[in-house]
Design a protein around this ligand. Structure first.
Ligand code: MLT
Length: 268
């Protein structure tokens, strides 16, 4: 299938999704506060082997916004409904980054039979600490008062390694543009949802699907020791750490991530 960006009515909202390619389904679930655009390099690489499905989650990109709180469970229900509407019958290869990983745990809990494999990039399985919750609520306040411009540039040092910031400045520019284009209510709603998310650490050993755990060696938000903890609990997992890369491994080191994913997906 040629590249299509289409809208679907999903659980009461309009959800925008990019679909391209043919073959087994590969669902790419973006991080916070981004959109499907963060997966550009993966879409281009995998469209020749997979049906790539890259949605904008509720409140992000071109999808409709709901105010209040959007839980990780709600995002998982939206993804399931989207797959139903796209008539994807086959179990999917789910790939999520950070918030996309938090949603993966919920997707697994509610729809385990719909998962063929799981790729988890720069994410965590535990819930927030009290301090973490407070930081999120401060950001909600800031974004609602002053807009996404107030947080976009400040987020970059946490998202990209020093090396990426120096050697690939266009990545930071691209991320800032994506964040600034995001609705303040959309950011606030998922930020509140992340603050309330469940702790899945104890459930990891029950996740029987093949899994790939990818992390940047300089990821400050979900560092390698966190990802090694996830890897050690998942029954069928592989682990890859990519050097000189931060929290956005698929953007900072697309060639490495694509090759690692390709090898993993072929083995599933
Ligand atoms: C993300 O990249 O999705 C965020 O870092 C997730 C978070 O804020 O915990």
């Amino acid at each position: 299938m040629d590249r299509q960006i289409v809208d679907h009515q999903v659980n009461g909202i309009r959800m925008s999704v990019l679909i391209e390619g043919s073959g087994p389904p590969l669902l790419l679930v973006h991080g916070f506060p981004l959109s499907h655009q963060m997966w550009r390099a993966q879409i281009d690489y995998f469209k020749n082997q997979y049906t790539v499905i890259a949605p904008d989650l509720r409140g992000f990109g071109d999808s409709e916004v709901t105010a209040g709180t959007v839980s990780m469970e709600q995002h998982a229900f939206d993804l399931n409904e989207l797959l139903e509407q796209l008539q994807i019958k086959e179990p999917i290869n789910y790939c999520g980054l950070s918030m996309g990983g938090y949603i993966a745990w919920e997707f697994w809990e509610h729809f385990p039979q719909k998962l063929h494999s799981l790729t988890l990039c720069d994410t965590r399985s535990d819930a927030d600490t009290e301090e973490g919750v407070n930081t999120r609520l401060k950001m909600v306040d800031l974004v609602l008062r002053h807009g996404p411009e107030a947080v976009a540039s400040a987020m970059i040092p946490n998202l990209l390694s020093e090396t990426s910031q120096q050697q690939q400045p266009e990545i930071a520019r691209n991320l800032i543009t994506q964040i600034e284009a995001t609705s303040p209510e959309g950011i606030a709603a998922s930020q509140r949802g992340m603050a309330e998310r469940k702790d899945f650490s104890k459930a990891l050993k029950q996740i029987e699907v093949p899994a790939l755990v990818i992390v940047g060696s300089e990821d400050l938000l979900t560092p390698p020791d966190i990802m090694q903890g996830i890897y050690s609990q998942l029954p069928q997992a592989r682990y890859s750490e990519i050097s000189e890369v931060g929290h956005m491994a698929p953007l900072e080191a697309p060639e490495s991530v694509n090759l690692i994913m390709e090898d993993f997906l072929r083995s599933c």
